[in-house]
Ligand binder design. Structure first.
Ligand code: ADP
Ligand code: MG
Length: 647
């Protein structure tokens, strides 16, 4: 006895109170090799019976015993296996999966069992030969005639060599000639020793069967043998399909489906990539700025010294000396202010300094050769021997000149005596000094400004000689630990002072950048949320569109997990593609932005590292997959009988 049902009753819920009894206590026994026609009026309960026998419908009372085992007692996993390996379903409306080729449609049950492509194709060819379709393998279902479609469906039902074939009006949509061909194939299957149960309205079909069961109003009213039932010896079936749908196969299946809706999927990926691009660019701008700061600033400035300037009021100085353009702050500090700065927490030492920039009145002269420089500054702790590219720090009577100024002379000025011409408060100052060493460039921004450093005392005595007064316009505060520097900088800001001109430029720069980063992170956050919703909606639509396909897959033996996996794989693919697009766009943007900032500041503003790109890709995939979980779960939960009924 292969299949036996005891007192099978089944009612459909119509609404909360009412139920409709479709089967009212059916007892039947089926053997291997039998070919049974189930006949009856429309609505008598034939399809209901088939769905229960096929393990598609679990909501019934009574017993269905397969090889003596009650289907009710099976775990969900075991019931999935029963459908996958023991039952082959053939439907009236064929129910082929439209975006898969004939070959893929037939082998889908093997794919669900994670059987390799080679074996799948080999088996498919055998079966296609049996149903006479060996030359149609590559076609899509809509390229086939009705009879051909049904033969594909039969091949699909046979692929896992099941014990039971359930055919619900298999010839219902076919003309009589094609029906006859299909019936021949089905008869051949029964001859191979399988149990074949056919629901039919056709007298002719019923006559071909060796047993006729008639149902009326959910009850068996006739069960009659046509001729001797052909009971064949049962051979032990090899256990197959132990494994389940692999993630790679799921990706493959999803890919085939997504190819059908290529434009839609590309548009979604494109939309989702905006957020990913923003994330990558945001991270990479921070990266570029940090590199810029560490590379150019800290190298040239003593990290333990804080430069303090007063807020510049340059107008009066320029009118005093109309020819010079003032760049550095020149407002002098009073003694009280300097004393106040000395009191700032963590400050260990205060140094007075003087700096002035002029574009026409400063020069040094070696013999007859006279070259202009633009910035005069007194030495302080912010210049260290590390900033000197050649020579030594200047003592009293010595000066330090920038390397670029030295280059303007044919020979090096180090160790040579030069005449220094400057101007302070409208008075010309002059003195003779020995060049002790060369100073490297502060930053690329300042590269065309030549600087001369001298000791504060020397500048003061030159001024006294000329009848001018030097008032310190810069103060340097030293401390003993780098960790204390930021605190001091913050305090002097609160007191109303400013840092060095480089610092001020940098501050402006970083402020601009932080505005940009805020905008970018807002865009990133919003678009990530939007893309998550978008992906969710698209996959949800995909689930709805593919309801019937999900029903077919379940009838073939797909587990919930397999269905879930197919949709998660789809989400994964969208995430992957949108991540890749995001990276590509980010790299293009990087090239564009860096081209501009290189022209303006000689800086690469955006530095995308491999990690940021991978991070962006990861974010994209994670968001997509998370967004895909809900539709995937929704699809997995669909009831197979209802899904199959969907038009
Ligand atoms: P058939 O013999 O034509 O295949 P079915 O088994 O499909 O008949 O249906 C048997 C009875 O159950 C019919 O009266 C039908 O209207 C009813 N029925 C089938 N499916 C449902 C359902 N999902 N909800 C309510 N009634 C149903
Ligand atoms: Mg029916």
């Amino acid at each position: 006895m292969l299949l036996k049902i005891n007192q099978l009753t089944k009612s459909y819920k119509i609404n909360r109170e009412e139920k409709f009894p479709a089967l009212k206590g059916v007892d039947l026994e089926f053997n291997k090799g039998e070919m049974i026609a189930v006949i009856g009026e429309s609505g008598s309960g034939k399809s209901t019976l088939m769905n229960v026998l096929g393990g598609l419908d679990k909501d019934y009372q009574g017993q269905v015993l397969f090889q003596g085992k009650d289907l009710k007692g099976l775990k969900e996993k075991e019931l999935d296996k029963y459908r996958k390996n023991q039952v082959g379903f053939i439907f009236q409306s064929f129910n082929l999966i439209p975006h898969l080729s004939v070959l893929d449609n037939i082998t889908i049950a093997m794919t669900l069992s994670n059987i390799g492509k080679e074996e799948r194709t080999k088996r498919a060819k055998e079966i296609l030969k049996e149903v006479g379709l060996e030359d149609q393998m590559k076609k899509k279902p809509n390229q086939l005639s009705g009879g051909q479609k049904q033969r594909v469906a039969i091949a699909r039902a046979l692929i896992n060599d099941p014990e039971i074939i359930l055919a619900d009006e298999p010839t219902g949509s076919l003309d009589s000639e094609t029906s006859a061909q299909i019936m021949k194939i089905i008869e051949k299957i029964a001859d191979q020793g399988k149990l074949v149960i056919i629901v039919t309205h056709s007298e002719r079909v019923a006559k071909n069967c060796n047993r006729i069961v008639e149902i009326a109003d959910g009850l068996i009213i006739k069960d009659q043998k046509n001729n001797d039932s052909r009971v064949l010896p049962s051979e032990k079936k090899s256990e197959k399909g132990k494994q389940n749908l692999s993630f790679m196969s799921a990706i493959g299946l999803s890919f085939k489906n997504m190819r059908e809706k290529l434009t839609r999927n590309i548009l979604v990926a494109l939309g989702a990539s905006i957020g990913i691009t923003s994330v990558i660019i945001m991270l990479s701008i921070g990266n570029g700025v940090e590199k810029y700061i560490t590379n150019t600033m800290n190298e040239f400035v003593n990290p333990l010294v804080v430069e303090v300037n007063k807020k510049s009021q340059t107008t009066d100085t320029t009118t005093q000396n109309p020819g010079s353009i003032m760049m550095a702050a020149t407002t002098p500090f009073t003694d009280e202010e300097i004393a106040e700065l000395a009191q700032v927490k963590d400050v260990k030492e205060v140094e007075k300094a003087y700096a002035k920039t002029s574009f026409n009145s400063f020069s040094i002269q070696l013999g007859e050769e006279k070259k202009a420089f633009q910035s005069l500054a007194t030495l302080s702790k912010n210049v260290t021997s590390e900033n000197i590219t050649e020579g030594d720090m200047p003592e009293a009577g010595e000066i330090l000149i920038s390397a670029s100024l030295n280059e303007q002379y044919a020979e090096s000025l180090i160790g040579k005596e030069v005449i220094l011409n400057t101007e302070v408060g409208g008075k010309k100052l002059e003195g003779t000094y020995v060049v002790s060493g060369l100073f490297g460039e502060i930053s690329s921004m300042m590269s065309n400004i030549n600087i001369v450093y001298l000791n504060y005392g020397d500048l003061e005595s030159m001024a006294v000689e000329a009848g001018a007064v030097i008032e310190p316009n810069t103060v340097y505060l030293s401390t003993d630990k780098e960790s204390k520097v930021q605190g001091i900088k913050d305090t002097i800001k609160e007191m109303g002072y400013e840092g060095s001109i480089q610092e001020q430029l940098l501050e402006m720069f970083t402020e601009m950048l932080s505005v940009m980063t805020y905008i970018l992170s807002a865009i990133a956050a919003i678009s990530l949320v939007v893309s998550a919703i978008m992906i969710l909606v698209v996959l949800y639509i995909s689930v709805v569109e593919r309801t019937k396909e999900i029903g077919v897959l379940k009838a073939i033996g797909a587990r919930r997990k397999d269905i879930k996996r197919i949709f998660v794989a789809e989400a994964f693919l969208i995430g992957l593609v949108s991540g890749l697009i995001g990276i590509l766009v980010a790299v293009l943007m990087m090239l564009g932005i860096n081209f501009l900032t290189n022209k303006l500041y000689e800086v690469d503003l955006v530095v995308i590292s491999v990690y940021y790109a991978l991070f962006g890709l990861g974010v994209s995939i994670v968001i997509s997959v998370l967004a895909g979980l809900y539709p995937a779960a929704k699809g997995a939960k669909l009831d197979p009988v209802e899904s199959l009924r969907r038009e």
